[in-house]
Design a protein around this ligand. Structure first.
Ligand SMILES: CC(=O)CC(=O)SCCNC(=O)CCNC(=O)[C@H](O)C(C)(C)COP(=O)(O)OP(=O)(O)OC[C@H]1O[C@@H](n2cnc3c(N)ncnc32)[C@H](O)[C@@H]1OP(=O)(O)O
Ligand SMILES: NC(=O)C1=CN([C@@H]2O[C@H](COP(=O)(O)OP(=O)(O)OC[C@H]3O[C@@H](n4cnc5c(N)ncnc54)[C@H](O)[C@@H]3O)[C@@H](O)[C@H]2O)C=CC1
Length: 284
C-alpha cells in the first residue's frame, strides 16, 4: 500500500491524511470545494507544526514540510483513479456516502483497490452493496484526534473478503502503527455503541438542570479519570456528528437510550456544533 486517498478534509480526513503521510505514503485528499480544502490544510498543518515544535516527528517522517509535500489536496475525485486504498471521511449521512461509494467504485481503476469508510455508525453493508466490489469494501474507523488515539476499528461486512480485512489490518497496524480491533457490522460498532449513549445521558442530565456542564464534566474527569468529560467530548466530536451517530444507532436498535435528546437537536439546528463552530456546550 503506497498510494492512498482520503475523501473529506474535515476533522477526521485531516487526521487520516496526516498519519498516512507521516507513514511515508503518497496521499491525495479530496473535498467538495477550495474553501474546505483550505480549512483542512490549515488544520493539518497546525497539527504537524505542533508535532514538529515538540520534537515528535521522527527522522523517517521528516520535517513538517516533508510530510506536507506527500499530500495533494484536490477537488476532483478523478485524482483518486490510481489509489490502492481510499478512506471516505465525509459527513455522517448515509445518502451522501452511498452516492460517493457509487462514484468511487467507478473511479478506482485497480479492481483490487480497497474502498473504506471512516463512518462512525452507518452499517458497511449499505455502502458495499452499491458498488461492484463489495468484497473490497469495509469500515476502517479511526478515532479523534487521529494523531493521538491508537485505536482503529476494522469492520468487514458480510460480503467483505477476509483478505481485504487482513490487508487493511496490515495497513493500520504495520504502516500507521495503530492498534486494530475487529467488529461486527452493526451500527456504532464497538466504541460508539457504548460511548454515544454515555454522552447522550450526560446531555439529558444537563438538559434536565440536574448539574452544570462544568460539574458533569469535572465529575467524570476527577471521579472516573476520563481525559475529558462527556460534554467537552461531544464538542470535540462535533454535535452534528454526535446527533447523526445517535440517529443511526436509534434506527438500528430502536432503544430509547440512543435517541438524540431535544437539546442536542436544537443545538445542531442553531449551528452550535462544538469546537468546529466555536460554540457548543462551551465557547472556544
Ligand atoms: C465519533 C467517533 O466515531 C469516534 C470517536 O473518535 S469518539 C472520540 C474519541 N476521542 C476521545 O475520547 C478523546 C478524549 N480526550 C483526549 O484524549 C484528550 O482530552 C485530548 C487528546 C483531546 C486532549 O488532551 P489534553 O491533555 O487535554 O490536551 P493537550 O495537552 O493539548 O494534548 C495532549 C496531547 O495530545 C496532542 N493533541 C491534542 N489534540 C491534538 C490534535 N487535534 N491533533 C494532534 N495532536 C493533538 C497534544 O499535542 C499533546 O501531545 P503531547 O502529550 O505529546 O504533548
Ligand atoms: N468527529 C469525530 O470525532 C469522528 C468522526 N468520524 C466520522 O468521520 C466522518 C467525517 O467526520 P468529521 O471529519 O468529523 O466531519 P467534518 O464535518 O469535520 O468534515 C466533513 C468533510 O467532508 C466534506 N464533504 C462533505 N460531503 C462531501 C462530498 N460529497 N465529497 C467530498 N467531501 C465532502 C465537507 O466539506 C467536510 O470538509 C463521519 O463519517 C464521522 O461520523 C469518525 C470518528 C470520529
Amino acid at each position: 500500500m503506497e498510494r492512498v486517498g482520503v475523501v473529506g478534509f474535515g476533522l477526521m480526513g485531516a487526521g487520516i491524511a496526516e498519519v498516512s503521510a507521516r507513514a511515508g505514503l503518497d496521499v491525495v485528499v479530496v473535498d467538495a470545494d477550495q474553501a474546505a480544502l483550505d480549512r483542512g490544510r490549515s488544520r493539518l498543518e497546525a497539527s504537524l507544526r505542533r508535532a514538529e515544535a515538540k520534537g515528535k516527528l521522527t527522522a523517517a517522517e521528516g520535517s513538517a514540510d516533508d510530510v506536507l509535500a506527500r499530500i495533494r489536496p484536490v477537488t476532483e475525485l478523478d485524482a483518486l483513479a490510481d489509489r490502492q486504498l481510499v478512506v471516505e471521511a465525509i459527513v455522517e449521512d448515509e445518502a451522501a456516502k452511498v452516492d460517493l461509494f457509487r462514484t468511487l467504485d467507478k473511479t478506482l481503476t485497480d479492481d483490487q483497490a480497497i474502498l473504506a469508510s471512516n463512518t462512525s455508525s452507518i452499517p458497511i453493508m449499505k455502502l458495499g452493496v452499491v458498488t461492484q466490489r463489495p468484497e473490497h469494501v469495509l469500515g476502517i474507523h479511526f478515532f479523534n484526534p487521529v494523531p493521538v488515539l491508537k485505536l482503529v476499528e476494522l469492520v468487514p461486512s458480510l460480503l467483505t473478503a477476509p483478505e481485504t480485512t487482513e490487508r487493511s489490518r496490515a495497513f493500520v497496524q504495520d504502516r500507521l502503527g495503530k492498534q486494530a480491533i475487529d467488529c461486527q457490522d452493526r451500527a456504532g460498532f464497538v466504541v460508539n455503541a457504548l460511548l454515544i449513549p454515555f454522552i447522550l445521558s450526560a446531555i439529558r442530565m444537563y438538559e434536565s438542570g440536574f448539574a452544570s456542564a462544568e460539574d458533569i464534566d469535572q465529575g467524570l474527569v476527577l471521579g472516573a479519570a476520563h481525559p475529558q468529560g462527556p460534554l467537552a467530548l461531544a464538542d470535540l466530536i462535533g454535535l452534528d456528528t454526535t446527533k447523526a451517530v445517535a440517529e443511526s444507532l436509534y434506527e438500528e436498535f430502536k432503544e430509547p437510550l440512543y435517541a438524540a435528546p431535544p437539546l442536542l437537536q436544537r443545538m445542531v439546528d442553531a449551528g452550535l456544533l462544538g469546537r468546529k463552530s466555536g460554540r457548543g456546550f462551551y465557547t472556544y
